[in-house]
Design a protein around this ligand. Structure first.
Ligand code: SAM
Length: 281
C-alpha cells in the first residue's frame, strides 16, 4: 500500500480538524484524490524536483504531489487550522514535506528550496494572479522555477494563453508568453470543489524558457505594453505618443501600422518596438 492510502479520506480530514471553508481565505477545496493526482501529473516529472505548493489547505493536492513522486514538497499555508492535517501527511512521508504557516505574499520560500523547482498551487484567484506576475518578473532570468502549474478562474486562464485579435489578449498574455510556454491543461467545473465556487476553473501550466522568446529590455517592454493596453481602443500612434516624440517612426520601423490597436500586435512586434526605443526614451 502506498503512503497516500494510509491517510484518511479528505472529507474525514476536514471533519476531524473542523476545517469549515472560509470565504475570506478563498477556500474551495479539492476532495477527489484522483483529481488531485491528475493535477499533480500535469506538473511534469516531479521525481527529481522540489515542489513549492502554495495554499495546500487540507492537503489534497499535497498528497497528489507526494504520491506522484515529488522529491520534496514545501507547502506555504496561511490558515493555521490546516497545520494538524498537513502534519499527518508529513508523518506519512518522512522528510519529504515541509510546511510553513504564513502568507505566501510575504514569505520568501527560496531559502528552503533546492533546484530544480516546480511550483503547483490551487490558490485564491487574486493571490494566484499576483504571485504569477511576481514569478514572471524576477530580477534575473531564468527564474528559480522550472514550471508553474496553477489553478485559475477560467477567464484568467484564457487571458494567460490569449493570442492577438482576441478580447482576452493583453498584458498578462504578453508577460506570460514572452518568457514561458503557457497552456491550459485541465478544465474544472464548479462541482469539482467543496464548496463549489461561482465560476469555472482551469489549470494553466507554464514552462520557463531558458531565454526570452524575443530579445527586449524587460522594463522597456513592460512600459510599452502597459501604455498600449491602458488605452486599448486607441490607435497606437496616440496611446504610445508619451513614449517618444518619434513614435510613428518607431512603429513603422517595427513593422506596426501606427493606426493599429494594441490588441492586434504580436508579442514579436512589441519586442521589436521595445528594442527600437531607447530604455530611457
Ligand atoms: N490546495 C487546496 C485544495 O486544492 O483543496 C486548497 C485550495 S483553496 C482554493 C486555497 C488555499 O490557499 C486555502 O487553504 C487558503 O487558506 C490558502 N491561502 C489563501 N491565501 C493565502 C496566502 N496569501 N498564502 C498562503 N495560503 C493562502
Amino acid at each position: 500500500m502506498s503512503s497516500i492510502d494510509t491517510l484518511p479520506p479528505l472529507r474525514e480530514v476536514i471533519a476531524t480538524h473542523e476545517l469549515s471553508a472560509r470565504k475570506a481565505l478563498g477556500q474551495n477545496f479539492l476532495l477527489d484524490l484522483n483529481l488531485t493526482a491528475k493535477i499533480a501529473r500535469k506538473a511534469g516529472d516531479l521525481s527529481e524536483c522540489d515542489v513549492l505548493e502554495i495554499g495546500p489547505g487540507p492537503g489534497g493536492l499535497t498528497r497528489g504531489l507526494l504520491a506522484e513522486g515529488a522529491r520534496r514538497v514545501l507547502a506555504v499555508e496561511k490558515d493555521p487550522r490546516c497545520m494538524p492535517a498537513l502534519a499527518e501527511i508529513a508523518e506519512a512521508y518522512p522528510g519529504q514535506l515541509h510546511v510553513i504557516n504564513g502568507d505566501a505574499l510575504e514569505i520568501d520560500p527560496l531559502e528552503h528550496l533546492s533546484s530544480p523547482v516546480r511550483v503547483a498551487a490551487n490558490l485564491p484567484y487574486n493571490v494566484g494572479t499576483e504571485l504569477l506576475v511576481r514569478w514572471l518578473t524576477p530580477k534575473t532570468w531564468p527564474p528559480f522555477w522550472q514550471s508553474l502549474t496553477l489553478m485559475f478562474q477560467k477567464e484568467v486562464a484564457e487571458r494567460i494563453i490569449a493570442q492577438p485579435g482576441s478580447k482576452a489578449y493583453g498584458r498578462l498574455a504578453l508577460l506570460a508568453q514572452w518568457r514561458s510556454d503557457a497552456k491550459i491543461v485541465l478544465h474544472l467545473p464548479p462541482e469539482a470543489f467543496s464548496p463549489p465556487p461561482k465560476v469555472h476553473s482551469a489549470v494553466v501550466h507554464l514552462d520557463a524558457l531558458e531565454e526570452p522568446r524575443y530579445p527586449a529590455d524587460a522594463a522597456t517592454l513592460s512600459r510599452v505594453v502597459a501604455a498600449a493596453f491602458n488605452q486599448r481602443r486607441k490607435m497606437l500612434r496616440s496611446s504610445l505618443k508619451t513614449l517618444s516624440p518619434e513614435i510613428e517612426d518607431h512603429l513603422v520601423a517595427a513593422g506596426i501600422a501606427p493606426t493599429e490597436r494594441a490588441e492586434q500586435v504580436s508579442l514579436e512586434a512589441f519586442c521589436t518596438l521595445a528594442r527600437s526605443l531607447k530604455p530611457t526614451e
